[in-house]
Design a protein around this ligand. Structure first.
Ligand code: PBG
Length: 331
């Protein structure tokens, strides 16, 4: 025991004033911890709210560039792009995924021109382009692994060519990190980071996101043959180890709040840069309750984000990024 019995020890002493609480504070959230996921759509000057995510918009490329400038001025270090693809461009071969002129690549170039200081993160997975709504190719009802990885390599190379700083494979195919790293090195993209969605669970918390990118209608079946079983924890550590060994620079746990135990275990086991994705369903829960007046929206937002820091995360992908950054700026 390192502490004496009551009253020698009174934990309330260190909580008795704001000054003492500040001195004994163990974790802090700063704007530098935030990655802002945004939805890109076609058009010019268009911005439409995602119905299941109040306060979150699909923006045309020009408005994405403006949003990136705002994010940069707020001190947010990275923005993460998700395209809302025209259903007419969704095919079985997913060729739009590596079109240099697709929405994601156009948005990357626009952000790089408008806000060169912000890092652009892109998503590697076929679901926004797949007529079947899956992250991989579907052959006779099976989501095939190895052919999908070849397509993911083409997709990632087109993103790196467009100027992506961080590539985020969210597809959960086996062997993709090694294949992506080899391809990036081979093409001379030595400083493009891979943030692997290493421990990505098959979660119902992704529902509003699938609405936001227009994948809900397309998706046939579920993603349980490639995303993780929510019952598993040891497997998450094996996945992270595998991805780090194949060349991931950063690893991610997703969803966030229901999986903070996994964040902590990953950080403790490997010490690698570790991130969590506070996903669309988590945002919708907190925002929905706040809009109904059932919780204090600002407070639950900041408390939920701080919880990721306490769990060992180096950063958080969150739809709250600009709102939280504005508050942090006010101090
Ligand atoms: C798909 C992808 C998903 C999310 C990010 N990339 C959804 C899914 O796996 O079906 C979810 C993000 C969120 O819910 O906010 N590659």
């Amino acid at each position: 025991m390192t502490q004496g019995p009551f009253p020698a020890t009174r934990f309330r002493r260190a909580r008795s004033s704001a000054a003492l609480r500040a001195l004994t504070c163990e974790n802090t959230l700063s704007t530098g911890d935030l990655i802002w996921p945004v939805f890109v759509r076609d058009g010019v000057g268009v911005q439409e709210e995602v119905p299941s995510m109040p306060g979150v918009f699909r923006r045309s490329v020009d408005l994405i560039a403006e949003a990136a400038q705002e994010a940069e001025s707020l001190g947010i270090p990275a923005i993460c792009l998700f395209p809302y693809t025209d259903p007419a461009l969704k095919t079985e071969d997913c060729a739009e995924a590596w079109n240099p002129e697709n929405l994601s690549n156009r948005a990357t170039r626009a952000i790089k021109a408008a806000a060169p200081g912000i890092a652009v993160m892109t998503d590697v997975a076929l679901d926004p382009y797949n007529i079947n709504g899956h992250d991989g190719f579907v052959v006779d009802g099976e989501i095939v692994n190895d052919d999908t990885v070849e397509a993911l390599v083409k997709q990632a190379l087109s993103q790196a060519e467009a100027g992506a700083d961080i590539i985020g494979p969210s597809d959960m195919m086996d062997g993709r990190i090694g294949a992506l790293r080899d391809a990036l090195e081979g093409a001379g993209h030595k400083n493009v980071c891979l943030m692997s969605y290493s421990a990505k669970y098959a979660s119902a918390f992704y529902g509003p996101f699938r609405d936001a990118v227009g994948a809900s209608g397309a998706l046939k079946g579920d993603k349980a043959t490639y995303q993780m079983n929510p019952a598993n924890a040891a497997e998450a550590l094996r996945l992270v180890e595998r991805d780090l060994s194949e060349g991931a620079d950063m690893v991610m746990v997703k969803p966030g709040m229901p999986y903070l135990d996994i964040c902590r275990q990953v950080k403790d086991a490997f010490g690698a840069p570790t991130y969590a994705y506070q996903v669309s369903g988590e945002y919708a829960m907190l925002k929905g309750a706040a809009l109904n007046g059932w919780v204090d929206g600002t407070k639950v937002m900041m408390e939920s984000l701080l919880a990721f820091k306490r769990a060992g995360c180096d950063g958080i992908l969150t739809y709250f990024a600009p709102e939280a950054a504005r508050l942090l700026r006010q101090g």
